[in-house]
Design a protein around this ligand. Structure first.
Ligand SMILES: Nc1ncnc2c1ncn2[C@@H]1O[C@H](COP(=O)(O)OP(=O)(O)OP(=O)(O)O)[C@@H](O)[C@H]1O
Ligand SMILES: [Mg+2]
Length: 90
């Protein structure tokens, strides 16, 4: 968010899944970047600022290790990362 804005965390549950929604009011994810955000080392931050590993690591933990899901919705001023985690392993 470039240092200003609002970060909101919502938690909840549906039937058998925990929901954690992380929302920010930043510029949003450009459409051309969107298909690649979970790739390791993909970063649009300035050199030395981002590793490009944040979402790669998140995906591996949530999806690969916990059989969860990460859904992304983004438009300028409203980006949401919605993390779904099963409360019981199948
Ligand atoms: N909330 C967001 N708003 C806008 N763009 C985002 C957001 N989250 C991720 N992105 C885009 O996806 C890219 C990859 O994200 P990721 O978290 O994997 O790496 P990073 O944030 O660049 O680096 P690091 O996580 O190491 O600080 C970012 O560089 C940015 O272009
Ligand atoms: Mg990151």
């Amino acid at each position: 968010m470039g240092g200003t804005g609002t970060l909101t965390v919502h938690t909840g549950r549906n039937e058998d899944r925990l929901i954690v929604e992380i929302r920010d009011t930043g510029a949003g994810i450009p459409p051309e970047v969107r298909p690649r955000i979970f790739e390791p080392f993909l970063t649009t931050k300035p050199v030395g600022e981002g590793t490009g590993l944040g979402l790669d690591i998140s995906y591996r933990i949530v999806v690969n290790k916990h059989d969860g899901d990460i859904r992304v919705q983004s438009e300028p001023g409203d980006t949401r990362m919605i993390v779904l985690l099963p409360m019981r392993r199948g």
